[in-house]
Write a protein that binds this ligand. Structure first.
Ligand SMILES: [Zn+2]
Length: 479
């Protein structure tokens, strides 16, 4: 094989301009589009455009791309009875406000490429792609098939990857460049469930809860929450206003009140964070219940739920007061996030997202919380469970990726990680997450001003080239 480092270098400027071009395609998932010819783009025009761009680019550079009915596809390099898979995605999350640069321009500023998808996940996908290109340019003839798999709805429902894998088959092993370096050897189990309490009809007088809402998604720490109350007593609202002032000065938490017609509104503001790490945020729903614990509602069902929330959830983010603070030797403890809250006039509900340790299972979580649920006359509705995945840190897949990472970064300290997030490592067996975020670099995925340092991007190409090379050796085995 010719000098791989030189081949990487020769492609640097192309790798950068391709990233800028791919970033400039707005690939936030949209509704399905049917063309005049009856072709369906299941994830919308933008995602399709990004996908078509990649397939075309692959063909131009001499690879063999394949489109699996617009649900996903791959770019192949080399042949062999085994397939090394690299699973990435081309869809991005919505951009939100407050960007310093157009999020779909690929602006190059101060050594960074800015834009939605630079780190999640177009940058890492292209780093793997240009790693394959450099290996090809260097004359490498792999004895295994190297397959870059392009997912199209990772940020939403994963239906595309499911369809793709059913039709194209799963690779034998590999990695997904869609999380952190070094290698991740485990991902916690993820559960979403609802806790609800039926609220009897309000009594005719006193303080009533008429509306409650909070949060925007189970996997986010709620940034705002709101309750609307009503009372027939003349001084009730003035009293709540005073209590809110008191609460604010005692706790420093943001609580606001205002009259809305004949009703009275209480809003709270916390700090958003990813639901897998609720300790990084401050839950606005918890602030709201904490404050409402100071009020006395005429309907005792409401008081009971508030009491339950404050005693057993409150500001705790590890499930420690609700019987499910599970731990094991491999993972950090269970995380417990209340992502949403609501009241529709019939029941108060909260939606909980927990991430449980890799050796635990969902029944242990339910077994832990049920005594509290029963005690307060609540109900639980199971919504979703993804079992954890776990690789022995000493397994060849992990040690090989760890060695590659260490050699290229000089970082001998970092250990394989177990995370609470969910990646395509869960989509098929023998895939682990590997990069693209380096330890200590700020995590700005899904946030405004998402960007990638150009030197990190180029370093990623080197790392992935080496990893793909080692994993595609004839004698490499995951056993
Ligand atoms: Zn991603």
């Amino acid at each position: 094989m010719m000098d791989l480092a030189k081949c990487i270098k020769d492609n640097e400027s192309q790798a950068i301009s391709t990233l800028q071009e791919l970033i400039s395609i707005n690939s936030v998932a949209g509704n399905p589009v049917t063309t005049k010819d009856g072709e369906v783009y299941p994830f919308g025009q933008g995602v399709q455009d990004a996908f078509a761009y990649m397939l075309k680019k692959a063909e131009e550079l001499g690879f063999e791309p394949e489109n699996v009915d617009n649900y996903g596809g791959h770019i192949d390099f080399g042949k062999g009875s085994q397939t090394v898979g690299i699973l990435g995605h081309l869809d991005v999350v919505p951009v939100g406000d407050g960007w310093d640069f157009d999020p779909f321009s690929g602006a190059n500023h101060d050594g960074y490429i800015y834009g939605r998808g630079t780190t999640d996940d177009k940058g890492p996908v292209l780093a793997a792609f240009y790693a394959m290109k450099a290996l090809k340019d260097a004359g490498y003839e792999p004895k295994k098939k190297i397959r870059l798999i392009l997912g199209l709805d990772e940020e939403t429902a994963w239906k595309g990857m499911e369809y793709y894998l059913n039709k194209a088959g799963a690779p034998d092993y590999g990695f997904t460049p869609d999380a952190d370096f070094p290698a991740l050897n485990g991902e916690k189990g993820i559960m979403v469930f609802e806790i609800a309490k039926k609220i009897s009809k309000n009594p005719p007088e006193g303080l009533m809860l008429t509306k409650l809402s909070g949060g925007s998604a189970p996997n986010m720490v709620a940034e705002t929450a709101r309750a609307v109350v009503k009372s027939d007593k003349a001084d009730a609202y003035e009293h709540i206003k005073e209590l809110a002032e008191e609460y604010r000065s005692e706790t420093g938490y943001k609580v606001r009140t205002k009259g809305v017609g004949k009703a009275f509104e209480i809003t709270t503001e916390g700090v958003a964070a990813h639901g897998a790490s609720p300790q990084d945020g401050l839950n606005a729903i918890s602030i709201l219940f904490d404050f409402m614990g100071r009020l006395s509602f005429a309907n005792d069902d409401v008081n009971v739920f508030i009491d339950f929330y404050n005693k057993h959830i409150g500001f705790n983010v590890y499930g420690e007061n609700i019987g499910c603070a599970l731990k094991d030797e491999h993972s950090s403890g269970l995380s417990f996030n209340v992502g949403m809250a609501g009241f529709d006039g019939e029941a108060i509900t909260i939606v909980v997202n927990t991430r449980y340790p890799v050796t635990c299972n969902q029944d242990q979580v339910y077994d832990g919380i049920m005594p509290y649920i029963d005690k307060y006359g609540l109900g639980v509705v199971k919504e979703m469970n993804q079992d954890p995945i776990f690789f022995d840190p000493d397994s060849p897949l992990i040690t090989t990726l760890m060695d590659v990472y260490k050699e290229h970064t000089g970082d001998k300290e970092s250990q394989p990680l177990v995370i609470g997030g969910g990646t395509y490592a869960r989509a098929c067996p023998n895939i682990v997450a590997f990069g693209g975020l380096f330890p200590g670099d700020p995590d700005i995925m899904h946030q405004r001003n998402e960007r990638i340092a150009i030197d990190r991007y180029l370093q990623m190409i080197e790392i992935y080239a080496d990893a793909i090379y080692k994993l595609s050796q004839e004698d490499f085995s995951i056993e």
